[in-house]
Design a protein around this ligand. Sequence first.
Ligand SMILES: [Ca+2]
Length: 223
Amino acid sequence: MINPVFKANFFIITCAFFTTGSSAQITNGSFETGHFDGWSANDTQSTSFDPLAVRPANTPPALAFLYPDSPFADGYPVTDGTYSASHGFDGHGGLITISQDAFINDVELSFDWGASLFLLGEGSARLFNVNFRNTNDNTLLSSINIASFEAVFGTQDTGIVIGETVDLTAYLGTTVNIEFEWVVPDQATGPAASFIDNIAIVPSPSGLTFICISGTIACKRRR
Ligand SMILES: [Ca+2]
């Protein structure tokens, strides 16, 4: 008698939960050295009210009177410690970037930021992006648009955004260049002001990192 052959396919998912460590993979993420130590900082604007810089709390933007109902009216915001990075753009446009290489040891990039713009309705949208680049040849791996400010007349203000996050799971366990980029494409781009602070690589809100490895196996059993 031939024993029946039992054959079944099983889809298995092997999952691992683990808590992850501190968020020390970003150097000077809160700008508390008072400078851009650890960062590559570039501002290609031909003119600006406030060039890209690390500034202490209560530093007023050059044209703060244009944002009377904004947090920026009281000075460039600082959400962690004493300093933040900030700039006020206007004039002939350009790119404003800060970047650094970082080992991705956790699943989210977290940062605080905000912007206030008084626009004349000219040109293209002003963009705030987070870019990921190859550390060897600087090629762009991915770009996440955080905000787009359309070129319409009037004031646009985000307030102070605490804990903006970007998913890092695609780069977990690798080293990539993290770039914060403000795209100011045209003439008459502002006046505008923006800040960023408290940049860190952090666990997911649950404090758990969840990784799954999936696959299919075939099993045979004779009786
Ligand atoms: Ca800070």
